[in-house]
Design a binder for this molecule. Sequence first.
Ligand code: F6P
Length: 472
Amino acid sequence: MSRTIIVSNRLPTKVIRSEESLTFQPSEGGLATGLGSIYRAEGNVWVGWPGLFVTDEEEEKYVTEELQADSMSPVFLTEAEIRDFYEGFSNSTLWPTFHYFTQFATYEQTHWDAYVAVNQKFCEAVLAQAGPEDTIWVHDYQLLLLPEMLRKARPEATIGFFLHIPFPSYELIRVLPWRAELLRGMLGADLIGFHTFGYMRHFLSSVSQVLGLSAVNGQIEVAHRAVRVDAFPMGIDYQRYADAAASEAAIQHEATYRQALHNVRVILSIDRLDYTKGIAQRLRAFELLLQNYPEWREQVSLIMLVVPSRDQVAQYADLKVEIDELVGRINASYRTIAWTPIHYFYRSLPLEELASLYRLAEVALVTPMRDGMNLVAKEFVASKADHKGVLILSERAGAARELSDALIINPTDINQLAEAMHEALVMPEEDQIQRMTAMQALVQRYNVFSWTKLFLNQLAYTKMKQQTLATE
Ligand code: F6P
């Protein structure tokens, strides 16, 4: 029987050490919910890091058994590997480069060496799980070398790769000392997926300019093997968000918040702490709104949730300080005894509380400088049962290709962003309903389940075509 092996740096479950015990919790991010129905299906398995440094063999055995019982196979990483592979090459070289923040990128040989070694470690972990008939689906920028490593070990294997972040212009890729190795690594797959056609075009251009390989009809010939490249915009589990927003718990939370906020109107911002998300620019734009439109003072509050992330990487720690200062300054300048301009939370929240914030907000600000897709935009849309509410969306989020009924802005233009907030706050209800209904239809239809199905079907088809051609 053919199985599907999913591979990503992080497992959908993270193991957290508290004083006395270990607890198993769902990881943040949309991937886990989307692929949940697949990896838990008969015989399938998800290979990845459980987010824990194990102290001894006994603990490793215990964690392995617990995760195996829920269809996961852990790859344990050491503190040095996390420093050099995860915080180093993945999040200080690839992440800034792929998001056009080259000023933050470092190019360290030791980080590269760790990246190669950890990809090799994942390769061995996958080979220990996968049989010759199985489909292997590798995810994201932490594992760009893995498809080629797997291909070398198993020339006939069915391998898919999906990139969850932007693929940048060749001008960014050419800066990387290891650009050829990274591209060759990805080309070990049979099918390579991106969120948008733009990212796919950038990839094809890099492959052509760095490796001299050109694509014909979305296919690249690599050593007598055809690699298919395509765009698959990822969706969310629509029903999960719609149900959470309609739940009794979310309705109750919303009522409590409204009362506590004295019924002011709410603009919402939810992100992981990341310099790519445009959080500081968003705060400056909100300050401009209060400055340029004094009528909104005491009438509107910004609720800003920042979810802690990668705090061992210097730029993330610096950004946290910048956000703390900006919020403090804006609140100190504008607050009154009865009104707080910005309600700032630095933590993650359970789904029903998130859902109540989505219900409460009339406007959502999703204004990243760069973002592969951005699922918060889709979650907000799915949560609006009354079809009211306005999404302000960055033109540089992958989601802007689909959600064209949002107010699309350039996130660096804080004047435009402040104007968009004003426009959203005065938008007539019929207009809101028309836009929201159109976006909901799209988000509901192109959900994470159809995304998964489309990718895996396309992968199976690509493999079948390759095999047919080989036997002709
Ligand atoms: O957006 C890319 C991504 O890797 C997501 O898959 C993930 O949810 C997020 O970044 C956070 O990643 P991590 O906490 O593993 O660095």
